[in-house]
Design a protein around this ligand. Sequence first.
Ligand SMILES: Nc1ncnc2c1ncn2[C@@H]1O[C@H](COP(=O)(O)OP(=O)(O)OP(=O)(O)O)[C@@H](O)[C@H]1O
Ligand SMILES: O=C(O)c1ccc[n+]([C@@H]2O[C@H](COP(=O)([O-])O)[C@@H](O)[C@H]2O)c1
Length: 198
Amino acid sequence: MRTGFPKAAPGMRIGLLGGSFDPAHEGHAHITRAALKGFGLDRVWWLVSPGNPLKPEGPAPMARRIAAAERIMHDPRVTITDIEARLGTRYTAATLGQLRTLYPGVHFVWLMGADNLMTFHRWDRWEWILQNVPVGVLARPGQGVGARRSRAAIAFARYRVPATHSRALALRDTPAWCFLNVPLVHISSSDIRARGEW
Ligand SMILES: Nc1ncnc2c1ncn2[C@@H]1O[C@H](COP(=O)(O)OP(=O)(O)OP(=O)(O)O)[C@@H](O)[C@H]1O
Ligand SMILES: O=C(O)c1ccc[n+]([C@@H]2O[C@H](COP(=O)([O-])O)[C@@H](O)[C@H]2O)c1
């Protein structure tokens, strides 16, 4: 699935799921399927991060994380890529800026679990992200209320797209973000690591 810089035609709607994927698990696969359907996406790219700038410890080697992700996610609409390492970016705003230049006419949507909405205001240029790229948030166990009350959710409350209009999120003028209430999957990479299964 990993093919250097993934191909994309103008007009495509592509969801970007950034993550450490240390390791990838069924929760990632589940929200990816939900996002494809719920946000009306043609593709999802898993951006396997060189390292979350807010996490003090680096993840497992990229090749190992990519191989594990490929074992979990088998869908021709999903591409697993180390594009951030290739671009030399690790901040999401920088990645999105470069992707918009590299793929003119592609409608990107930034995807994330609700836990990341809670801490989103600590991300580099987080307001720029919301002002320039539609954001799709997927429910995550234990994060629903907190995410809706988060600083980013409150600051951009009037740009929230109702779930009834989620399927056109990629085509909306920005700012636009949408919270999708998907069935909850109780799994995390930290749990897998804590059990010594990675
Ligand atoms: N079970 C899940 N339900 C909803 N979203 C999830 C789930 N697992 C991961 N995500 C989302 O997928 C993206 C990538 O997650 P990540 O690779 O950090 O996995 P993680 O399980 O959250 O890892 P860790 O436990 O190490 O923090 C994030 O936006 C995260 O919110
Ligand atoms: O850009 C930032 O400041 C920033 C801060 C924290 C996390 N991120 C991104 O959020 C995504 C999820 O990170 P993680 O480690 O929770 O899987 C991943 O793509 C990170 O690069 C980005």
